[in-house]
Design a protein around this ligand. Sequence first.
Ligand SMILES: *Cc1c(COP(=O)(O)O)cnc(C)c1O
Length: 465
Amino acid sequence: MTVDHRQPRATNVTPDLAAASHAELLRRGAERLRRDDPTLSRLLDHEVAYQSHTLPMVAHASLADPSVLSAAGSALANVTAEGYPGARFHPGAAQFDAVERLAVHRAERAFGAQYANLQPHSCSSANLAVLFTLLEPGDVVLSLDLDSGGHLTHGAPASVTGRYFRVINYGLDPDGWISHDQAAELAREHRPKLIIAGASAYPRTIDYVRFREIADSVGAYLLADVSHIAGLVAVGLHPSPVDVAHVTTTSTYKQLGGPRGGIILLGQDRSTPVRTHGTSLEKLMKRSVFPRFQGTPSPAAIAAKARALDLVTQPEFAGTVGRIATNATRLAAALMARDWRVLTGGTDNHMVLLDTWKRGITGAVAESALQECGILANKNRIPGDSKPPLITSGLRLGTNILAQRGLRPAEMDSCAALVDQVLRGVEVLGDKEYRLANNTRDRVRTRVQELCRRYPIPSYQTGYG
Ligand SMILES: *Cc1c(COP(=O)(O)O)cnc(C)c1O
């Protein structure tokens, strides 16, 4: 009798060959990484330690809950599935269908949206999908310029968006406020087809209603990009553009504590017909992400978005975001009290913009000196900036992670004092060169360590339940 060894005999199939759970798989993965790839494993451990021992006063980041990190590392990463739930171009996507539907549902609930597309790999991809679908090459776009706080994808010359469209910029007044009147005037003069309201470095409330009026007055679409303020928008601490703009986009890793990624949201304009395409805005946005701009979505990233968006609707998130805003107001006041020029004289969101050049320090020097002391804040161009982009005249601070760590407004005075000590202690030698006295550095580092110990990231600490 011959036995076909290619065919497992029925008795070889162990009835208890149960699949590992998601948790077991991740645990095994972490163990193997430590055992088989100590080099990479050590780098990853150091990153957790670094994040625990620095004071990130940056505006663009937040900490992802370990459950978000876990979802991002799930076996869904092995699933390939072009298309949307129920209409995939590949088999085997039943679980992913359910996960993507859940993520969409949670995004709609978190933002009160009528349509959400969770597939964009980033907000840059989301913006490109929107711009290149609603516009033809050469069409006019009206947006805030990069130097005034706009984003690359809003038509900056260095971005593909700046090459394919005719970009007109509205700007800021000398104190740093968006000039809506100038935007209205430019719209009348240049008849844009799309207006973008949104910024990466703007500390004040954005008046979407006014922008929609301006857009309607010239028959333009309005795109609101809430990447930086998505948390404030979700909890109602910044007016929501979802039912005001035609389309809203966001990153998921900034204030939302999610994975790298983007989302496109539609509100009451979901069914609005798009003249040039003979279809609704919703159908067009769907098509614009896939197949126009992306191939396969990232199923594990979408699972992580679903997890983060669930957290966004919890009461604790609203509490944290509330603290983000009150902390930023207090931080701005404390810096002004120490004679630093804060653009617009304060903030409505999580962000504080400093004019460091007014005191002879470039943004590059400020960023490096602070980093030496364990404080992270990034150099940033400010209105009328005469320095190149890698030097700049300003500094952008943010309170997302400080609030996540539990720091309260009272501690913002300490944080402002530390920033002030470092910047006052800097001996400027050039646009990038400086000296910082050892005792200043040591004193500030010690204080930073004390703050980090007093306000740990509980779920990133060892021994946490
Ligand atoms: C960060 C940012 C983006 C880009 O987001 P990515 O997900 O990093 O591509 C787009 N728009 C604004 C306003 C941003 O701040």
